[in-house]
Design a protein around this ligand. Structure first.
Ligand code: AHR
Length: 533
């Protein structure tokens, strides 16, 4: 089918103006991949996580306590540990978020019963009459045990907003100093961990333009330098500076210009954080109940992340042409207005539907395509908050549709990006503003050894498509298998009562000569794993 014909047909189908199915031709979409020309490695850290002391994230979500009747590993919910292992969670960002800039790490060490009860930033967002006092039962030791049990690297956010360089450096010493050196290493050993934690990833503040201190970029750059200059380098650090609010209407380029302008002559950070929420808080778009226009709107807004990445990268290049600083998208997800919380006080927990699963796969395709720029990304947040992979309440636990996308995309981790050579068609879709233009297919590909991984998202509510992946440059497909995540109902979700409503199924894939053929069913995410010669 010619590209123009496809665009017209898909647009009409998406708008509901066409009742007949798409003509059954050999392929509606053909992509060309040349695994021999693979590009940069997709850092496994792109598939990273984030948990914060907020609502039901830590207490109940992650930490049930050692004496709980809920199965646990030293107080950590066992099901959470098992599922995080299953998806190969590469890292965990903690303790916030906004919470981080009010957190004093010493409150969370030592005998649990002697730890103080402290104020939590999120108190202000709790329903009237509900308390959010921080009990500090989950501190650095519990967090490190979680990371070790899961096999994830820790990524700690330091308190710049209400802390000091000294408090930061002492935390680094407590975590990383070898036993038998400074007193803080002896204190860690006395608390049960003689071996250093060897934390490598350190965020120097969080959202310093907002809850992290309401600073101007130049003010933050000054503080950043003070916080890192005497960093106790027991373990070679990867320091992440606070970057822009990428979902601002103007993309917040001014933050990037201001920060790097003020950093001229200083050692650049290893990472520069970008937060990008597909932010529906100021709208009436709901998490669980929505129209077709609201289905597409999530994708139209979600894929703007690609431009945000490109714009900030270009801006950073003006100050550092060899790009020593990489992007760290350490908060991303779809943020809906309140109304679908799993329980009072579990603030920011949302119903997660098939729509959010497709948003996730499109986001991962963007990250994969920009693997040269992105060192790490962290979903906000892993459990009981915004774009969750899991919802938990007491003994109830469920994997959301988003979890399954993390599972399906595992095989991209550590692969080298294979660029899609030909352009993909676009379609007109209903949207909040009337109509919008959306890529008819989202796609990314990677290669590791002789395994080719291709992921597709078909966001259309009407049109299934025939796809052909043609391998060029001498590569031949030997055998392939597919998996699809979809549901007849665009609002489908997994609940405590029906936990397996949305989950992946095997999907037929055919190897024909130098090509792989399959159908991309409407409203679906598809994974193809192929052995090539
Ligand atoms: O993820 C919830 C909050 O969103 C985080 O605490 C903050 O960094 C962001 O504004």
């Amino acid at each position: 089918m010619k590209r123009r014909t496809f665009v017209k047909t898909a647009a009409a189908a998406a708008l509901g103006a066409l009742s007949q199915p798409l003509p059954s031709l050999a392929a509606d979409v053909e992509i060309e991949l040349s695994p021999g020309n693979a590009g940069p490695v997709i850092s496994p850290h792109i598939y990273g996580h984030f948990i914060e002391h907020l609502g039901g994230v830590i207490y109940d979500g992650v930490w049930v306590g050692r004496n709980s009747s809920i199965p646990n590993v030293d107080g950590i919910r066992k099901q959470f540990v098992d599922d995080m292992k299953r998806i190969g969670a590469p890292n965990l960002r903690w303790p916030g978020g906004c919470f981080a800039d009010g957190y004093h790490w010493r409150d969370g060490i030592g005998k649990a019963s002697a730890r103080p009860r402290t104020y939590n930033y999120w108190q202000r967002s709790m329903p009237p009459g509900m308390d959010a006092t921080e009990t500090n039962q989950f501190g650095i030791q519990e967090f490190m045990h979680l990371c070790r049990t899961v096999g994830a690297e820790p990524y700690l956010a330091a308190n710049v907003g209400s802390g000091s360089p000294r408090e930061f450096h002492e935390w680094v010493q407590y975590c990383n100093a070898p036993a038998g050196t400074v007193s803080l290493a002896a204190e860690r050993a006395a608390n049960g961990d003689p071996e250093p934690y060897r934390v490598r990833y350190w965020g120097v503040g969080n959202e310093s333009w907002g809850c992290g201190g309401a600073m101007k970029p130049e003010e933050y750059a000054t503080l950043y330098r003070r916080f890192v200059t005497q960093f106790p380098a027991y373990t070679e650090p990867f320091l992440v500076a606070t970057g822009p609010r990428g979902h601002s209407a103007d993309g917040d380029i001014g933050w990037t210009t201001g920060f790097f302008g003020a950093m001229r002559g200083a050692a650049p950070p290893n990472g520069f954080s970008v937060h990008y929420y597909t932010d529906f808080r100021p709208t009436t778009v709901k998490a669980g109940d929505f129209t077709p226009a609201e289905w597409y709107e999530v994708f139209l807004r979600g894929v703007r992340l690609e431009k945000v990445i490109e714009d900030h990268w270009r801006e950073m290049g003006k100050f550092d042409s060899i790009h020593r600083t990489k992007l760290v998208v350490d908060e991303w997800g779809v943020w809906y207005p309140p109304g679908s919380e799993i329980a009072p006080g579990y603030i920011l927990s949302e119903t997660i539907t098939l729509r959010d699963a497709l948003h996730t796969s499109m986001t991962f395709d963007i990250f994969n395509r920009h693997a040269d720029k992105i060192a790490m990304a962290n979903v906000a947040q892993t459990i009981n908050c915004i774009h969750s992979l899991f919802l938990a309440h007491g003994a109830d636990f469920v994997r959301t549709p988003v979890y399954y996308v993390f599972d399906m995309y595992r095989s991209h981790m550590g692969g080298r990006v294979v660029p899609v050579k030909n352009p993909l068609p676009s379609m007109k879709v209903p949207a909040l503003a009337g109509t919008g233009s959306l890529a008819a297919i989202s796609c990314s590909a990677s290669i590791r050894d002789n395994r080719l991984t291709v992921t597709f998202t078909n966001p259309s509510l009407d049109a299934s498509l025939q796809a052909r992946i043609r391998l060029t440059g001498g590569a031949t497909p030997i055998e392939a298998r597919g998996q699809v995540l979809t549901h007849q109902n665009m609002r489908a979700t997994n609940t405590f009562a029906k936990p397996e409503e949305v989950k992946p199924m095997a999907h037929p894939v055919k190897v024909v000569g130098d090509a792989i053929e399959l159908s991309l069913v409407k409203q679906s995410v598809t994974l193809i794993d192929c052995r090539i010669a």
